[in-house]
Design a protein around this ligand. Structure first.
Ligand code: NAP
Ligand code: MG
Length: 503
């Protein structure tokens, strides 16, 4: 890492050292990170992406631009799949299921999935750069989290493809047929991997739709499928908007819907599917409690809080957006949090030093701003570090609120941005009650020195995942999913495999 010496620098891009000692007038040395931009020269992007149906690129009537939220510049155009296109994709998937994929031996299926994983691994750098350009997330995150985890899911489920009878011993099961998958914009490639890999391992064929603001890495994945020689029609990739998703949901030949997105749209989908025999998995919103007990290792907990809420600009369903601090340590935690926030580097997502990138879209920025304003109007105290934001693009300073009541909107609604609400508790019982006081139940975190407290609280908190003394850790072998309005069904692990079979 290179540093340049400067006499003055904006607070957000600088680190300060103690400077020379001995006399009271010593000037503080301010050090600024030199830019360390990831190269974009090695990536290959088309100007326009058609739909990927039956192994071919298929034109449609309407296209829309996908922009880089850090610069507001257009990167490429993507096809807007109509109802007719959705029908074409479903028929291709049905034909591929009947004629090819359901007749392909599990061992052969495994080979294709392994091949996909290996090609993704070869193209990891390209995937990371495009994910960052299309969605705004810091390159260090797409390189170290999104891409490696996505290909790990393909490796993991490739391993299960020819061992299903060991995964579910003494049970009769069969593949489902054509599955429809709809994903959000916060982890495009990773969400696609969570869905496509187990579906293929179980012998199903797929029609998947990317989110409107982030279609590009799914189309790069289509190129990987072509390179891997995956038979035509086994995976069909569409881009488009809500109506494209609705056409997939309502298509009678789609036998299962796997949806990741907001609770609001999830409810709409559940209504449309009610009364049909379609299987459903719903991975919806969250408002996780991150609980810090007074005996917790505080410095580690501070890193856990930062990772919990500012990772991917807080565009994370399991983000630790409600911080519960035991009253006796509130002051020290808030003080340390303020200090740590000052050192977060906000800016160019392609810079390897950036900690907090761009907000995914103008619409999301509007939503975050509106909710933060409601917090201020309701009397909560907002803290934001001094921090210079780029002139172009969509940005929000990493922020937190104190003086928050459980009834405040910022403590109840999913902000899906880099905004934390700090609340307090006195006893573990009170922490559990407050943590569960939400419509959601996706994830939680507990920080304490005592294993007994962890076990007691893990059992009492209604959340699909509870991390202890860490946060946001994922592994393909470990299932993920929600309670209450965070959805149902699991992705990852054997549980995730089971969702793609009929028993
Ligand atoms: P969203 O608005 O619900 O959109 C999700 C997907 O559904 C997008 O592809 C969207 O298309 C599509 N869609 C919109 N309306 C539809 C309809 N009527 N029928 C079918 N599909 C429709 O959610 P988002 O804003 O993209 O994502 C953020 C949400 O996802 C947050 O609530 C977050 O918590 C949740 N999430 C959950 C998990 C989890 O595992 N539980 C993981 C990640 C994110 P367009 O993009 O074209 O609108
Ligand atoms: Mg984009």
């Amino acid at each position: 890492m290179t540093f340049r010496e400067k006499t003055s620098a904006p607070a957000d891009r600088s680190i300060t050292s103690g400077g020379s000692r001995g006399n009271g007038t010593a000037k503080k040395a301010v050090w600024e990170y030199a830019p360390s931009a990831e190269s974009t020269e090695h990536i290959q992007l088309r100007d326009r992406y058609d739909l990927f149906i039956n192994g071919k690129w298929v034109k449609t009537r309407k296209y829309f631009p996908t922009i880089n939220p850090a610069t507001e510049e257009k990167i490429a155009e993507a096809a807007w799949a109509s109802k007719v296109d959705v029908n074409r994709a479903v028929l291709a998937a049905e034909k591929a299921y009947n004629n090819v994929w359901s007749k392909t031996s599990p061992k052969e299926r495994a080979k294709y999935i392994f091949r996909i994983a290996r090609i993704m691994q070869e193209k990891a750098r390209e995937f990371a750069v495009i994910e960052t350009m299309d969605g705004g997330k810091p390159i260090k995150e797409s390189k170290s989290v999104d891409v490696p985890l996505a290909l790990a899911h393909f490796f993991y489920y490739a391993g299960w493809a020819d061992k299903l009878k060991y995964a579910f011993p003494n049970q009769q099961f069969s593949s489902i047929g054509v599955v429809g998958q709809i994903i959000p914009w916060n982890f495009p490639l990773l969400m696609a991997a969570w869905k496509i890999a187990p579906a293929l391992a179980c012998g199903n064929t797929v029609v998947i739709k990317s989110a409107e603001t982030t279609p590009l890495t799914l189309y790069k994945l289509a190129e990987v499928f072509q390179e891997a020689g995956l038979p035509d029609g086994v995976v069909n990739i569409l881009s488009g908007a809500g109506d494209t998703g609705a056409a997939i949901v309502n298509h009678p030949k789609v036998k299962k819907i796997a949806f990741t997105g907001s609770t609001e749209v999830g409810k709409l989908i559940m209504r449309s599917v009610a009364g049909t025999s379609k299987k459903l998995t719903m991975e919806l919103g969250g408002k996780a409690a991150n609980i810090i007990m007074e005996d917790a290792p505080i410095d580690q907990a501070i890193e856990g809080i930062i990772n919990g809420i500012y990772f991917n600009q807080g565009h994370v369903c399991c983000a630790g957006s409600r911080l519960f601090v035991q009253e006796s340590i509130k002051q020290i935690v808030v003080k340390k949090l303020k200090h740590r926030l000052k050192s977060l580097r906000v800016g160019d997502p392609l810079d390897k030093n950036t900690d907090v990138g761009a907000i995914n879209s103008k619409m999301q920025l509007k939503k975050i701003t509106e909710l933060v304003n409601s917090g201020v109007d309701e009397g909560c105290t907002l803290y934001q570090p001094e921090c210079r934001l780029p002139d172009k693009g969509f940005w929000f300073k990493p922020s937190f609120f104190t003086n928050v009541a459980q009834s405040n909107r910022i403590a109840q609604e999913e902000i899906f941005g880099p905004v934390l609400s700090v609340l307090t508790f006195r006893t573990p019982k009170e922490a559990i009650e407050k943590a569960n006081n939400t419509q959601y139940g996706l994830s939680a975190g507990i920080w304490t020195d005592k294993g007994s407290k962890i076990f007691k609280m893990v059992g009492a908190i209604k959340a699909g995942v509870v991390w202890s003394n860490t946060y946001n850790k994922f592994n393909p072998a470990s299932p993920f999913g929600g309670y209450k309005e965070s959805g149902f069904g699991r992705e990852g692990g054997l549980q995730g495999l089971k969702e793609y079979l009929n028993f």
